[in-house]
Structure formats: C-alpha cells, structure tokens
Design a protein around this ligand. Structure first.
Ligand SMILES: O=C(CO)COP(=O)(O)O
Length: 280
C-alpha cells in the first residue's frame, strides 16, 4: 500500500517561547480510559461531562484516549476542540500480523494521535524500548502525533538511576523520531506511581521534568527544551492535582483511573484555572 503522509488536521500547537522566561506552553490534559467502559459509558461521559467543558482551546488541549473500539463513537460525539487519540499502535505496518492495529489503520480512521510506551504496555505486555521505538517510527511514517511515555521503576529510582533511564529513553525517542519533535508530548510516568495510589512528590516531579527539559535543550535545542509539553502521569486525583499543576515544569496530566470518574471534572477545571492564570 502506498505510504500515507497524513498530517494532523487538528495539530496541537507546540507553543513557542517568548524568550521572556514567562510560561508560553499550552497546557495538555489527556484522559486514558485504558480497557474500561462500554458504549453507554462513552456516550454518558462525553455528553454529560466532556462536552460541557467550556475552555479556551488556545490555552489548553484536551485529548480522550478511549479503548480502540470506542474511538469512532467518541470521534463522532466530541465537541470540536476535543481530540481523540489511540492508546496503542502496532510496531509493524500492514500485513500478516493478526490482531495488530497498524498505524496506517489509525490514520485511515482519522486518528491523529497515539500514546506510545505506556508503562502498562512496557510492563504487562513486555514491550522493550526497541519495540516502543519501532512504534514511534511507524506512527511518524503515517503522520501521527505521539504522546511518548517515559519513566523509571521503583528499583531504578532506589538505585538513583532515574536520570540515566530518562536519558536512555529520550535518546531512543530522538533516533526513532529522526530528530523531528513536532507534534510530540512527553508524559513522565514514574512507574511506581502508576495506578498505585502512590504519587511522586512535588520535588521528585519537578526534578524529573527539569531533567527531561534540560536533555532536550542540550541535545536538540534550547527552543525545544522550552517549548516541549511535559505532562505528569501516575495516580492524579482531584485532591493532588492542584499542587502538581502549580509546578513550573508540569504542563498537564495523563490521567488514568480518575479520568473515568466525576473527579475528572475537578482535575480538568484545576488545569484550566492554572492555564487561565499563566497564559495571557
Ligand atoms: O496510566 C496512567 C495514565 O495513563 C495513570 O493511571 P492512574 O491515574 O490510574 O495512576
């Protein structure tokens, strides 16, 4: 099949630096519904919650990541500014890969963004960084924007290897992206905080995000270091989101469990308030 180079129709702006030291990065919040929900759930949450959000799409991006079969339903229902992405993609192209969903298929269905490298894919499904990198390449060949997850496990943190782990993952992403960081959002996921109810402290989060930003500044360019959206993932709730979103290095959240609950409204509104305060 001829390669598609479908450019995102609704590109998410990677905001530019003003050079003034003032925040210019647009906030980003994604709801990862994982393998949860039914068609009833999707209709209900979009109608009664998601589509009722009134927000300035110049300051905040909102993306839903439903289960694969629910994507078309969500696409058909969401209000114009709300994006819908996929939670996963095959590392293979089209071909004899039974049960896999190729990047070509996502693009063909008008899906413009995909989550790659989620800790549950890496852990439960044993995806290596090499496989993750292949997924990035296939997605880019098909014009998809990517939310790239990275982060350390508990053992790596305790051995003080967090910086090294992040550097290795970033290096792999850089190669897979061919140095093109357009339409990329990075999600820092300390694996020990995923679905555990345990959350990274403000210091740990700020430090990890800063580390990532410095790597981008040094390895790619200072402009990219300043412009890249780095969002936090791991046990975000309506009670802890306020403190995290105030951190200068945190540009939003990838929300799991709480994104399927009424709490998501509070989390969204907290990010929205911060965006209103920070962005002119
Ligand atoms: O997996 C996550 C985000 O994709 C985080 O999940 P929890 O918010 O349930 O910890």
């Amino acid at each position: 099949m001829e390669q598609q180079t479908l450019l995102p129709k609704k590109p998410l702006a990677t905001t530019q630096s003003s050079g003034s030291g003032k925040r210019t990065r647009k906030y980003f919040i994604a709801a990862n519904w994982k393998s949860n929900g039914t068609t009833h759930f999707v209709k209900d949450i979009i109608t009664n919650m998601i589509n009722s959000f009134e927000y300035d799409a110049g300051k905040l991006d909102l993306m839903l990541l439903p289960g694969l079969l629910h994507i078309s339903l969500a696409q058909a229902m969401v209000a114009p500014h709300v994006q819908v992405g996929a939670q996963n993609v095959s590392q293979h192209g089209q071909g004899a890969y039974t049960g896999e969903v190729a990047a070509e298929h996502l693009a063909d269905y008008g899906i413009q963004w995909v989550l790659i490298g989620h800790s549950q894919r890496r852990g439960v499904f044993q995806e290596s960084q090499e496989v993750v990198a292949e997924k990035v390449k296939k997605s880019r060949e098909n014009g998809l924007g990517v939310i790239l997850c990275l982060g350390e496990n508990l053992e790596q943190r305790e051995k003080e290897l967090t910086g090294q782990v992040l550097d290795d993952q970033l290096t792999s992403f850089h190669t897979a992206l061919g140095g093109n960081w357009e339409n990329v959002v990075l999600a820092y996921e300390p694996i020990w905080a995923m679905g555990t109810g345990r959350i990274a402290s403000a210091d740990q989060t700020q430090e990890a995000h800063e580390h990532i930003r410095k790597w981008l500044s040094k390895t790619v360019s200072p402009a990219l270091g300043e412009a890249m959206r780095i969002i936090y993932a791991g046990s975000v709730t309506e009670t802890n989101c306020e403190n995290l979103i105030k951190l200068s290095q945190v540009d939003g959240f990838l929300v799991g469990t709480s994104s399927t609950k009424p709490a998501f409204r509070d989390i969204f509104e907290t990010v929205q308030r911060q965006a209103g305060r920070d962005l002119a």
